[in-house]
Design a protein around this ligand. Sequence first.
Ligand SMILES: NC(=O)c1ccc[n+]([C@@H]2O[C@H](COP(=O)([O-])OP(=O)(O)OC[C@H]3O[C@@H](n4cnc5c(N)ncnc54)[C@H](O)[C@@H]3O)[C@@H](O)[C@H]2O)c1
Length: 351
Amino acid sequence: MYPTSSFESFVERSDKFPLEKFARAKDLLIIDKNVLVKLPGLTRDWRFVYAVEAGEELKSFAGFAARLEQILELWKTPISRSSRIVAVGGGSVGDFAGFIASVLKRGVRLEHVPSTWLAAIDSAHGGKTALNVGGVKNQIGTFYPAQAVHLVREILDTQPEGRALEGLGELVKIALLEGDKMFAALIDGAGEKPAALLWKLLEPAIAAKYAVVRQDPQELSGARKILNLGHTMGHVFEAAYGRSHGESVTQGLWFALEWSRHKNILSSREWDKIRDVFVRLNLQRWTDQVDFISLEARSVLALLAQDKKMTADDKVDFVFLRTVGGPVVQPVMIEEIMLEGIRQGWVRGAI
Ligand SMILES: NC(=O)c1ccc[n+]([C@@H]2O[C@H](COP(=O)([O-])OP(=O)(O)OC[C@H]3O[C@@H](n4cnc5c(N)ncnc54)[C@H](O)[C@@H]3O)[C@@H](O)[C@H]2O)c1
């Protein structure tokens, strides 16, 4: 896929890590240790390798100066704006490496090699980088699109099988935003193994994300907000239940769709059609709540109040769905979200 604006990356797919594309004697490879354990050959002949523990701690601002100093100590080559950082890992490695690339020498070159489905579909594209401050996620960051994103099958295949099921949550989200074409492809592929389906639909999913990003690259007009479909409550579920991002986003999607139906924004017919896809993809196991203790209202309130999508008048821009391919953003009071949470059974107690 070729970029059509400076906010897009050149995206290419390959079965193997394309070692020949990189200047191994000069480029800095920032790589997730867990990926390196599985594919030690990836760093063959590479001179500058910074292997990291992935996760939120890697993105901590408090640890950033020490990490940057380690990198400068290690990357013993004249660093200029044409130097290149190659990031192999999931979203946390991408956010960290992207932030460094964006500020080092006021911006060196950056290429992503996502190792998780979340990164391959979503976080490697669109140019957002981020660090966490004082334990609060993504408080500082830059917009810094990678020049290239390499989707490498052998790297994505090193993930445990369950991860692909988690990745389907993001795939469903983007299909619901894109419209009937991708939604039909999702239905057609529902019998396939999740990893095979994800690999097949990666390109249309990425194209759908860029179609949104292109309209609002730096989140100024608000058009990019639709990408938050399912994420307002998804982030609450992720923090409160401590389960994976993909699982939590699937629950957040369910919440947003059920609320859209309750408010008559989404028709019952359209909701039935979408619910059928959740069932076919085996995602309903995360949404039928048998496993879940409903969340205490006060803790949900605190988590929602941290939401960076809050508007100036203390509302949240919530993404509803009118139809497949038809998102609608509406500002809502936090109390309204809480009441809906109680109605759906996710939240208990008084607000
Ligand atoms: N910049 C963006 O636009 C954007 C978008 C969404 C999410 N994010 C960020 O992404 C982060 C989450 O990223 P993530 O879910 O991709 O994972 P991650 O980077 O947090 O990694 C999660 C775990 O998976 C392991 N892992 C990674 N690849 C593996 C592989 N191939 N095989 C085995 N284990 C592997 C890691 O070592 C780690 O233990 C969050 O910090 C979130 O804020 C950023």
